[in-house]
Ligand binder design. Structure first.
Ligand code: ADP
Ligand code: MG
Length: 240
């Protein structure tokens, strides 16, 4: 679904991603963890060209990412993204947030877009909030709307960038439960998260990044019980 080959990126002089190699196969659930500033967000933002890399190759669903606008658009169609701050449009209702891209980008008839949106709002268990505005919802509900909105575009792979970090503790579980259900339905997922419980139970592979590099990668059992690098050991000792 996603392949990164020797991806390098600089912000000005700062070498933020150093030879990133990563392969995400269909149906995999991968967790990326690592200290703040290690390049996790930059890595996943490169996948749908929210950030541009300077060297190496990124291939999404068989299509190599280039500077061509049509190519970027077609890749974005395959990739859903959920951010730490839900990024919903505050002046649109929940339902309108979910229908916007299907209507304007996919050219779906309004009625059909609304039916699809309601289907996914039911899946994230908030169909009753459809006509409210984001500001009237709790953080956990807003994040579930953001997940439903992504699903309305029928993506091949979902990227999550710390989807629970901005939430109050009591709301983290409802968002994680939504993500677990998505995983159980077979969605290909690449998740940056500090929720190590989620990593242990849902991920089939954990990737540890530090200093712009992939330091270590393993299946969760090995990763948590037998971390190889000192940097991974230090990180795990600080968060577990
Ligand atoms: P993480 O998500 O692991 O916390 P990021 O990918 O956000 O890390 O950032 C990696 C590094 O790149 C950090 O040192 C950060 O300060 C820097 N950085 C992130 N975005 C920019 C930017 N737009 N311009 C310059 N530096 C940036
Ligand atoms: Mg980040």
């Amino acid at each position: 679904m996603v392949e990164m080959r020797n991806v390098n990126k600089w912000y000005g002089e700062f070498h933020v991603l150093k030879d990133i190699n990563m392969k995400v196969n269909k149906g995999e659930r991968i967790v990326i963890c690592g200290p703040s500033g290690s390049g996790k967000s930059t890595t996943i933002r490169c996948i749908n060209r929210l950030e541009e890399h300077q060297q190496g190759e990124i291939i999404v669903a068989g299509t190599p990412l280039t500077n061509d606008v049509k190519n970027i658009e077609s890749i974005r169609r395959e990739v859903g993204m959920v951010f730490q701050h839900f990024n919903l449009f505050p002046h649109l209702t929940v339902l309108e947030n979910c229908c916007l891209a299907p209507i304007w980008v996919r050219k779906k008839p309004r009625k059909e877009a609304m039916a699809v949106a309601m289907h996914y709002l039911e899946r994230v268990k908030i169909p009753d909030q459809a006509n409210k505005y984001p500001g009237q919802l709790s953080g956990g509900q807003q994040q579930r709307v953001a997940i439903a909105r992504s699903l309305c575009m029928n993506p091949e792979v979902m990227l999550f960038d710390e989807p629970t970090s901005a939430l109050d503790p009591e709301m983290i579980k409802e968002v994680l439960d939504t993500m677990i259900e998505l995983a159980e339905d077979g969605m290909t997922m690449l998740c940056v998260t500090h929720e190590m419980g989620f990593a242990k139970t849902v991920a089939n592979r954990v990737i540890f990044m530090d200093g712009g590099q992939v330091v270590e990668e393993n299946e969760p059992n090995e990763f948590f019980n037998n971390p190889q690098s000192e940097r991974t050991q230090l990180f795990l000792s600080q968060i577990l």
